[in-house]
Design a protein around this ligand. Structure first.
Ligand SMILES: Nc1nc2c(c(=O)[nH]1)N(C=O)[C@@H](CNc1ccc(C(=O)N[C@@H](CCC(=O)O)C(=O)O)cc1)CN2
Ligand SMILES: Nc1nc2c(ncn2[C@@H]2O[C@H](COP(=O)(O)OP(=O)(O)OP(=O)(O)O)[C@@H](O)[C@H]2O)c(=O)[nH]1
Length: 474
């Protein structure tokens, strides 16, 4: 990828829109655009100050392509750190393409995916973890993932890593200085202070590493498994949660053969609902595969919603006993997983039957750890709001509320694990009274892994991988 090229790309989505933005960045951006831009004010675009906007026509020779607004950013004061011009044109795909083609004829090259942000990184406008956050920010679909990406883009995470890195670097230099004075047996790096620093770094690293589980779940949506016997109304519940008809609803037991996933945002938190086949002993081969999947999905879920048909268990003692056994099965297999037992189809019950059912469910849930129950009707939506509240309670008690840095990126997670491993070696070395030159080796390794996160240490393959996942124009 050549940095001295001037690149062009559409920054807005492809297709028709009210306005489209064409981005041009690179050493010749202003030089290339200015002659094509006939300003209303008559003043040459090349003469304009940075961060100014101008109305004018884009001309292909004598032909006017469009009336546009041109924004001028002068290096190094731009997103990329380079000379940049943005043209806001009318959003017809034809106009967009005419302008882009014109710019390419005049010397621009089509930008590759993420190339604007890559340039921002290479020009030190942001570090690597901030650049990665830009992609997360574009993809964020709920308040939680938005907040985490925003925090990372602003440099919260980078600063934390950078601070540790600098302190560690300081000690590494002192220790390495000792090596130059080996004969004199001096200690520039105070070992007690160093032990202190190592323990502080361990604490921070452990916190960041632990946050990944939360971060990953919040970024991808909290998985909730909806399970239960066939025909209890799982698909109907999913539909009423989603407010749309996504899963197949039918009154033939066993309709939901495969697992269906859908996402929605509740109170700013993303949830991923997994509608699964019921756990029924069956000889049907296709269905038993579904049941195996059900257990797999329960394993992956953070919360299990177990649905029962209250019109059945209210009148049928055998069915109630079966439900009790099923719940025991789930609890035996996954004792720590929060379980929410939902008695669906309560619209079919009379008031006194409901009271009766409540008592029975209270009894069942009191015998299982981390189990609660809720009466609901997926058909009339009664209790659906309460279900949403209950689901939120499961996460609101977690890490979301504090503004601590949350690690969401598996590349960062891997680097943090490796850094901790090296820091633990440094600690062992200190305790064993290891000589400075040997300590320095492990310290340098830890520093290397910190540098991987922020991008001080990088290579073309890694950068290629990261930025290839961006969209064109970003
Ligand atoms: N039209 C437009 N909208 C956009 C962007 C953009 O590039 N263009 N952005 C891009 O993704 C985001 C905003 N981010 C930006 C970040 C820095 C600068 C910038 O000009 N920075 C200069 C000057 C800062 C200043 O004025 O003090 C600098 O950092 O030196 C511009 C946009 C979202 N909206
Ligand atoms: N009266 C009443 N009927 C309901 C309610 N929820 C679902 N049903 C009906 O129960 C039947 C089965 O619903 P589904 O949502 O397909 O059940 P399921 O659990 O997904 O079934 P499988 O796909 O077979 O596992 C349908 O006829 C629904 O209309 C409810 O709250 N009240």
């Amino acid at each position: 990828m050549k940095l001295n090229d001037t690149i062009v790309a559409l920054a807005t989505p492809s297709g028709a829109g009210a306005i489209a933005v064409i981005r041009v960045s690179g050493p010749d951006a202003i030089k290339i655009v200015a002659p094509l831009f006939k300003a209303k004010s008559k003043k040459d675009l090349a003469e304009q100050a940075t961060h100014t906007i101008h109305l004018g026509n884009v001309m292909d020779g004598e032909r006017t392509i469009d009336e546009v607004l041109a924004s001028v950013f002068r290096a190094p004061k731009s997103y990329t750190g380079e000379e940049t011009v943005e043209l806001s044109c009318h959003g017809s795909p034809y106009i967009q393409q005419e302008i882009i083609q014109l710019l390419i004829r005049k010397g621009c090259r089509s930008a590759e995916a993420g190339e604007f942000t890559l340039r921002a990184f290479l020009n030190a406008k942001m570090d690597l973890s901030q650049a990665e956050a830009v992609a997360d920010l574009i993809n964020s679909e709920n308040a939680a993932s938005h907040q985490m990406a925003m925090q990372q883009m602003r440099g919260g995470f980078s600063n934390e890593i950078q601070k540790l890195r600098e302190e560690l670097l300081n000690f590494a230099s002192l220790i390495e200085l000792e090596l130059d004075f080996a004969e004199e047996d001096v200690e520039f790096a105070n070992r007690d202070q160093f032990r202190d620093l190592v323990s502080r770094i361990q604490t921070v690293l452990k916190r960041l590493i632990d946050s990944f589980a939360t971060g990953n779940v919040l970024k991808n949506g909290i998985p909730v498994a909806i399970v239960g016997e066939p025909n209890v109304g799982k698909s109907t519940l999913l539909n009423s949660l989603l407010n749309e008809e996504r899963a197949i609803v039918s009154d033939i037991a066993g309709t939901t053969r495969d697992t269906i996933e859908d996402e929605m945002s509740i109170g700013g938190v993303g949830f991923r609902f997994i509608d699964t086949a019921g756990i029924r002993e069956t000889k049907d081969v296709v269905e038993s595969i579904g049941i195996k999947k059900t257990f797999e999905k329960i394993g992956q879920a953070q919360v299990v919603v177990y649905l029962v048909d209250s019109s059945q268990i209210a009148v049928n003692r055998e069915r109630l006993q079966e439900v009790r056994v099923e719940i025991e099965k789930i609890k035996n297999k996954f004792p720590q997983k929060p379980l929410l037992i939902i008695a669906n189809k309560t619209d079919r019950l009379a008031d006194e039957e409901i009271e009766n059912l409540k008592a029975k469910l209270e009894d069942i849930s009191s015998h299982a750890e981390r189990a609660e129950f809720l009466l609901l009707s997926a058909k009339t939506n009664l209790g659906v709001e309460e279900l949403k509240d209950r689901l939120l309670e499961f996460v609101n008690t977690g890490a979301l509320r504090n503004s601590d840095t949350i690690v969401t990126n598996s590349r960062h997670y891997a680097a943090l694990l490796k850094a901790l491993e090296e820091i633990n070696k440094v600690e062992d070395g200190l305790n064993a009274g290891l000589s400075g030159d040997l300590l320095a080796i492990d310290i340098r390794q830890a520093l290397h892994h910190f540098g991987e996160i922020t991008g001080e240490i990088t290579n073309d393959d890694l950068l290629g991988n990261i930025f290839a996942n961006f969209c064109i124009g970003k």
